[in-house]
Design a protein around this ligand. Sequence first.
Ligand SMILES: [Zn+2]
Length: 194
Amino acid sequence: MSRLGKTTLTIKEFDAYAKINSSTVTRRFGKWNTVIKSVGGELNNTFYSEEELMENIKNAWLKKGTQPTRRDMDSKEYSTITSGTYLRHYKTWYGALEEFVKYISRDENNVIKEDQSTKNNHIIHKTKRDPSDRLKVQVLMRDGNRCRICGVECSGGLHNIHFDHIVPWSKGGETVLDNLQVLCSACNEAKGNV
Ligand SMILES: [Zn+2]
């Protein structure tokens, strides 16, 4: 019944996420368990963990190819959680984005264990070849959601964006923030043909 796999809400959780206080509810409904029985299912539908809220912004960012606006969050094309939910948690859309920047910068998540390293032409890599979604958003943010060569904005969605290894992967370049750049299709192709 719940996105979090929870079957019930505690009073503390309720108070943290609901606008009305649990004591108001228990005055009206009696025991907390009765409250849960009658409205618990509906409450759980609006209960999102911080990680779910942040992952949803990450997905919207990658689907759009650039920073999503508050309005984008109400579009099913980009988001499964509405802007209203973000405003309840973070007061403003800007506040949600500020939190997101912290969340996405926490780690690169692309480093692999030594025993999983890829040996390719005697080159041993410490990272996976493909950047993680988290790393992709970090690169987009740093490059201002624009192609680093021609400056075109990456608003056409992820299929138009290339995460280019500055030092090529085949020459030992790693998949880390410093060695990645945003390129549009045209610039990526041109670079490949040189
Ligand atoms: Zn370009």
